[in-house]
Structures are given as structure tokens and as C-alpha cells.
Design a binder for this molecule. Sequence first.
Ligand SMILES: *Cc1c(COP(=O)(O)O)cnc(C)c1O
Length: 372
Amino acid sequence: MASDPVRAEAVIDLGAIRHNVALLAGRAGGAATMVVVKADGYGHGAVPIARAAVEAGASWLGACSVAEAVALREAGITARLFSWLDLPGTDFAPGLEAGVDLAVSSRAELAAVADAAARTGVRAEVHLKIDTGLSRNGCPPSEWQALVKDAAAEPGVRVAAIWSHLARADEPGHPSIDLQAARFQAAYDIARDAGLDPLRHLANSAATLTRPDLHFDLVRPGIATYGLNPVPQREDLRPAMTFRSSVVLTKRIAAGESVSYGHTWTAAKDTTLALVPAGYADGVPRALSGRMEVWLGGKRRPVAGRVCMDQFAVDCGDDEPEIGAEVVLFGDGASGGPTAREWADTLGTIDYEIVTGMYRPRVARRYAGETG
Ligand SMILES: *Cc1c(COP(=O)(O)O)cnc(C)c1O
């Protein structure tokens, strides 16, 4: 079936996002839900995802940087916002003025936030981060007591929460999860002993789905919002992104003819090739050359030869696709087509990297399933 041809387009189903967020918020039970929209909503578009998430029950949104969070506020998002990883020397004043809650991992960061609070006259809502074993940012346990004491004494700051992040929540039952939870409890006890009464949050998508005992006051799902399942068990999540292109040319080649740079693929018999105008500049990894299939004309068909910068060829056998026919590179897989997970497995990575990698200028974005 012919449709308007597209070069490389990510179609984002906001109905799927709402479905996934409602599922996660339901699982969160009494805990509030912070949907993580960092990196432009994992490549799906932060603002439309944020709006859909709020419609479906999220009361918080998580961003990587103050700049990402302020951009959400400027787009008219009124939910609570939280940002967790800024550069040394960042001016937190715009974040405070936009009402963004700020992560603090060190006394230096606390001082920078307190300085911004003094300049703006806005009290900072800070979430002190304890490193419970991921060993990225977060305050080491040896410095926690001092950080808590300083934060409690700082007039420009209110300790709204303490929080941490799990290393292996996608391996349910792994003992490191309980170890991190125990260290988190110890950090909480220290905060309580200092007279604080902070919220607690620890759970990413995987822990939201598998560890209700670790939901505390707030859960922070990212990947599951987008319909990609980080845990081994089946979950009713719907992948929201479909990556599509179109057939722009078909041609018959004779047995023995080879295709694309390096002639890595040779036709075993006479066959029809369909040319697809998307390549590694559009997020089709060259490493998938000869190792991927597309959904075209109601079935899976193999890519013939190398993926180039701007194009690749599909082996259609004796079928003759129409010019302009839709080519799905990955989608929700519901009708048997390829998925982002399949790409990730072939490439030895995770589907997070695949969808986030669609955040690039040559990939157009279109939204489906918008409400009113
Ligand atoms: C990215 C991120 C999340 C979300 O993780 P998922 O595995 O995508 O659910 C939660 N918290 C923090 C601090 C993060 O950086």
C-alpha cells in the first residue's frame, strides 16, 4: 500500500505512553510516579512525553540537567520537576526560579545550590543522593553524615528527599539490590537522626515492576514508560516508537550481481531489490549490515549488503513493492515485525541506546494518539 513517502521518521504513539504510565502508576500503588524524560524523552521528545505522562498519572518528571528541566517548565509543564546531573560551576538560579527540585551529591554542590538560593531568594528543594553501590554520582557513605548535617543547617535549602539509584534492578533477585536497599535505609536513619523528614526514592523501571518494597514515596521509571521492558518477566508494556521509511526505487538484478559497498552480498538467483533512503546518518547502524530485517508489504525481508550513510537495499525476491510503500525498521513487533530490542540484541547493546539514538536531526518525528 502506497503512502506519503518518508525518508526516516520516528512515529511516537502517545496512546502507548499513556498506557505504560498508567500501568506503572498503578504498580507504584501509594507511591507517586516520576516519569524520566531525560535525553529528550529517551529520543521520543521530552515535552509531548511529559504531557502524556502527566495525563496518565505522573506527578513528577525527571530530567538529567537543570537546562532540560527548565525547558519543560518553559513549555508550560506544571508538574514537579527534578534534575540530577549538572556541571561543576552550574548556576542553579534559573532552576530555582523555574521551581526545579535539585539533586545534591556533595558539599560543593550544596554550596552552589545555597548560593543560588541566597541570590534568588527562592528556597531550594534538594534531594540528597547517597551512593549505595552504583559508584557513579551520589555521596559516599563516609561523607554522608557531614553532608546531611550541612544541608540541615543551611537556611536556603530544604531537604525534600533522599534518594539513590540501583545497579542491577534488571536482574530481579540479585543480592546487590538488597545490599543497596540496606545502605539506603542506613542513610535514611542518619537523616532522621539529624532531624530531617525527607521523602525517599530509589526505584527505576525495573524496581518499579519487581520490587514493591522499594517503592517508598516515589518511583522513577524511565525505559518502561516508552514500552521497553527491562525485566525478564512478561509485562503489558507497549513500545511507543516506530521507526519507518519508504521504498523509493525497485529494480530487478540478475543472479550473481552484488549489492552495496564491498559487494558483501550477492544475489543467489534473479531478485528484486527495494531501495530505502535511510542509512547510518539516520540511525540505522552500519553494524546491522546483512544482519537486519525490515517489515515491508506484510512480511519480514532481509537487508541485502551494507547499510550506507543515506540508504540500503532490501531483498524482495519475486515480490514487487510499490514505490512509496512503508518500510518499518522497528516498531512494537505486534504483527511480527522487528523491534528495537531485536536490534539491540544483534548489536550487543540495550534498547535504551537504540531509541535514544533516534534523537538526531535527520530523523523526523510524528506523534500519533494525541488527546483533545
Ligand atoms: C535514567 C534514570 C532513571 C530511569 O531508569 P530506567 O532504567 O530507564 O527506568 C531513574 N533514575 C535515574 C537517576 C536515572 O538516571
